[in-house]
Design a protein around this ligand. Structure first.
Ligand SMILES: [Zn+2]
Length: 269
């Protein structure tokens, strides 16, 4: 599932591609992916200008000129492509937004969705989210305060959206590896140095992943060389039985709270 760095990359690229552009047409092939009747949904967004695109946690918010918001969550398997009709990937498209002769295709929306909401409804719907880990106000002190009463494992705590926004299965493993902490460790067993390291690693890994374009394996548009650049930088995720990039031992894969987890037992403690 795309996480904070993937959605941040989409946000940057989509602002460049469709920021300020007007939606000239809408096609809905899967009604379950939207929250209104198809005709109603289309009528409400057609001829609306996309003022800008914002990211919150793993969501993208397409702010429309009339104050409404298209709220996107890609969930598992969802992705997007922007281009002309002849460039469309050979995949089933659930929703497409038309911008003149270019289209934004939403693909793989099985659990994912695009909901049309008022700004107020979006605000009310996203109240359960924890702080944004890359926010300038998210200091070490605020992190220490946040985990003070936490008792779960590092893995399950990091992916808890009410604790911190935007981290999922992949980056939780990357962060634990970078912090040299075993993902099964209990947060309340960490000493001060380990907690401070965990904080540094959260910031470092997410920033590095954004800088490198995240891990999505499909480009957003033809000629997009940004998206997916983090793939080759992955330290542990999906690297079972490969050499640890720090110590050379083989990476282990195990289930932690029924989540696929990758780590190195030789240099994570
Ligand atoms: Zn190692």
């Amino acid at each position: 599932m795309p996480e904070l760095p993937e959605m941040a990359t989409y946000k940057t690229l989509l602002n460049q591609q469709i920021g300020g552009k007007t939606i000239t047409g809408v096609t809905i092939n899967r009604e379950k992916s939207i929250n209104l009747g198809s005709d109603n949904f289309k009528n409400k967004i057609k001829n609306q200008q996309v003022e800008m695109i914002e990211r919150k946690a793993k969501y993208l918010l397409f702010h429309l000129k009339n104050g409404d918001v298209l709220l996107l969550h890609l969930m598992l398997g969802g992705w997007m492509f922007y281009g002309k009709a002849e460039q469309k990937p050979d995949r089933t498209v659930q929703i497409q937004l038309e911008f003149g002769d270019q289209y934004l295709y939403f693909i793989g929306l099985r659990l994912g969705y695009l909901h049309l909401l008022s700004r107020k409804e979006v605000g009310q719907g996203l109240t359960d989210l924890g702080p944004e880990p890359l926010n300038v106000n998210f200091s070490l002190e605020s992190f220490l305060d946040l985990i003070k009463n936490k008792r779960g494992r590092i893995k399950t705590t990091l992916v808890d959206q009410a604790f911190l926004s935007g981290i999922g299965n992949r980056y939780s493993d990357e962060i634990a590896w970078h912090a040299q902490l075993l993902p099964e460790r209990k947060v309340n067993d960490l000493d001060h140095r380990e907690k401070a390291q965990l904080y540094q690693s959260i910031r470092f890994i997410l920033s590095q992943a954004i800088e490198n374009g995240g891990y999505m394996d499909q480009p957003l548009f033809e000629g997009d060389i940004k998206t997916g650049g983090y793939h080759k930088h992955m330290y542990v995720y999906d690297r079972e039985a490969k050499a640890c990039k720090r110590c050379g031992s083989l990476i282990i894969k195990a289930d932690i709270s029924s989540r696929k987890t990758f780590f190195c037992t030789n240099c994570q403690y």
